[in-house]
Design a protein around this ligand. Structure first.
Ligand code: PGA
Length: 260
């Protein structure tokens, strides 16, 4: 794992935006795996700004989001379809026909999950997978004890995840219980992964992911198996790591190493 520790959230977001921009400029036809959540909002803002100011183009890219709530139609204000429109898609030149999210309102969510996995394969697989991490160590909605061999499927959300997401809904009761999420193995099949974590609330999960045992108890620890996983952290999210001195030696200030 490449562990990049930046001084603060803003620097971490700009560093992550650099990595996305480099991927898209290097391969304008990139297949992007996209994520939602509070952490990603400033990243999408930074990418939209680079589109406006520097001409960074997403016109040739294809995207697949990690997950969607079951039971929410794409026009539901709390759906991830709407999140992506508001946070990113409408601010850049990505072709709407090439953006994909799981169909949370499908009559048969199981079949929709299988179809989603097939679509990713048909697109040639994911070049760069963006990821956040839950306080419980989830990636996508792969909650603790999710199979490390899992593919896109239905997952039941933990109470802690529903509580974390309650702020977007009217009440806890209205916060969805189920989601379609790409699996841990789907994520591991991506050619590159970029996980971003900011803030002290993520510090424990980050330490478990990077330095803990490989375990379904912390699904993000599966990234230890990924040959090209980059973790971008601010100091607060890195605060429970034991080997910080080593990460700083390899990537001083979170910048490229001499061999990058
Ligand atoms: P957050 O969510 O960015 O809103 O903290 C991250 C996640 O749960 O993956």
């Amino acid at each position: 794992m490449k562990v990049l520790i930046l001084p603060d959230e803003q620097a971490a977001i700009q560093r992550a935006a650099d990595i996305v921009a480099r991927t898209v400029s290097g391969n304008p036809g990139s297949v992007l795996g996209l994520a939602t959540g509070g952490t990603m909002l400033p990243l999408y803002e930074a990418l939209a700004q680079r589109h406006r100011d520097d001409g960074l183009s997403f016109a040739g890219t294809t995207s697949f989001n990690l997950d969607e709530y079951i039971g929410l139609a794409p026009d539901h204000p709390c759906s991830y379809h709407q999140y992506m429109q508001k946070a990113f898609f409408r601010h850049v030149d990505i072709d709407p026909a090439r953006t994909h999210l799981p169909k949370g309102d499908a009559a048969d969510p199981r079949a929709a999950s299988e179809d989603y996995e097939t679509l990713i394969e048909q697109a040639g697989g994911i070049d760069l997978q963006l990821l956040g991490i839950g306080r419980n160590g989830h990636i996508g909605f792969n909650e603790p004890t999710a199979s490390l061999g899992s593919r896109t499927r239905i997952k039941t959300l933990t109470t802690s995840t529903r509580r974390a997401n309650q702020k977007y809904f009217e009440s806890f009761e209205e916060t969805p219980r189920y989601a379609i999420t790409t699996g841990v193995a789907t994520i591991l099949a991506s050619r590159k992964c970029l996980l971003i974590a900011t803030g002290a609330a993520k510090a424990r999960a980050v330490a478990d992911m990077i330095e803990g045992p490989l375990s379904a108890a912390c699904p993000a620890s599966a990234l230890q198996l990924h040959a090209r996983a980059t973790i971008v952290l601010d100091k607060a999210a890195a605060s429970e790591l034991a080997l910080t001195e080593y990460y700083e030696t390899v990537h001083p200030g979170g910048q490229d190493s001499v061999f990058d």
